[in-house]
Every structure is written in C-alpha cells, then in structure tokens.
Design a protein around this ligand. Structure first.
Ligand SMILES: [Fe+2]
Ligand SMILES: [Fe+2]
Length: 140
C-alpha cells in the first residue's frame, strides 16, 4: 500500500529537484511497506543515501545562485540528517515505530512546500531576470 502519494502540487518547477523529491516518496513508501528487519535496514540505507545526495544537490544550487537563506536551509538539512541518524539507531535497536517514520516524512513534505519551494522560486526568478538583462544587452 502506498502511504505517500506524490501530488503535482508538490512540483516546484526544477526538474532535478522534482525528480529527487518524487523518488524520495518512492523510497519512503518502500520503507513503510517492509516487514522484515533486514529489508528495513536496506530500505533505510537507500533512503539515507538518496537524502544525502539530494541535500548536497540542493545546497550546491542554492550556493551557486547566491540564495540569501542558504545557511538557514543548510541547518534545516543538517537537523533532518541528525534525525535520520537517530532513526538509524532505532532501527538497529528494533524500536522504531511506523508512526515515527510517518511523522518524519510528513515533516519532509512541509519542508518541500515551504523551504524548498522558496529557494526554487528564487532561482527561477533570478534566472528569468538574468535572461531579461541579457536580452536587453543584446538588443541595445
Ligand atoms: Fe528537498
Ligand atoms: Fe531542502
């Protein structure tokens, strides 16, 4: 059963970021549906690896476009990685509840809607302004 359903409303308009967010949903669903501990560890490792790559891609994008809230966003990512590390410890000790996992993913969806949406909007605006300036320069 798929717990987290990707909605086009979550699309931010940057193909790399949107693809990564969508894949995150797939991995979260896989994680929610595993039964055995060995499967849980593997599904978690996959999610963790993807999250690290995704955060570093987002941070590279923010950094290269001089996004003003870069540092704040980076701290939010760091906090989420810390939570993922705690989750990993719980998986090892076999005391992770599906409810905890579910609320973590829900927080993630909020992060996408608020914080990721903000930086993608900034980058898109910046790129369009840059294009306009460039075309004005070409015309004059
Ligand atoms: Fe993100
Ligand atoms: Fe983010």
């Amino acid at each position: 059963m798929h717990k987290f359903i990707w909605d086009t409303k979550l699309e931010l308009g940057n193909s790399l970021i949107d693809r990564q967010h969508q894949y995150l949903f797939d991995l979260a669903n896989q994680l929610m549906s595993v039964k055995k501990k060995s499967g849980l560890t593997l599904a978690f490792m996959r999610l963790y690896k993807h999250v690290r790559e995704h955060f570093s891609d987002e941070e590279a994008l923010m950094y290269t476009s001089d996004y003003p809230n870069y540092l704040e966003h980076q701290i939010l990512h760091q906090n989420m990685l810390n939570e993922l590390n705690e989750t990993s410890t719980k998986i090892c000790k076999e005391n992770l509840s599906k409810k905890e996992l579910e609320s973590f993913i829900e927080k993630w969806i909020e992060h996408i809607c608020l914080f990721d949406a903000d930086f993608v909007k900034y980058i898109k605006l910046k790129n369009s302004t840059h294009h306009q300036e460039h075309s004005i320069r070409v015309v004059s």
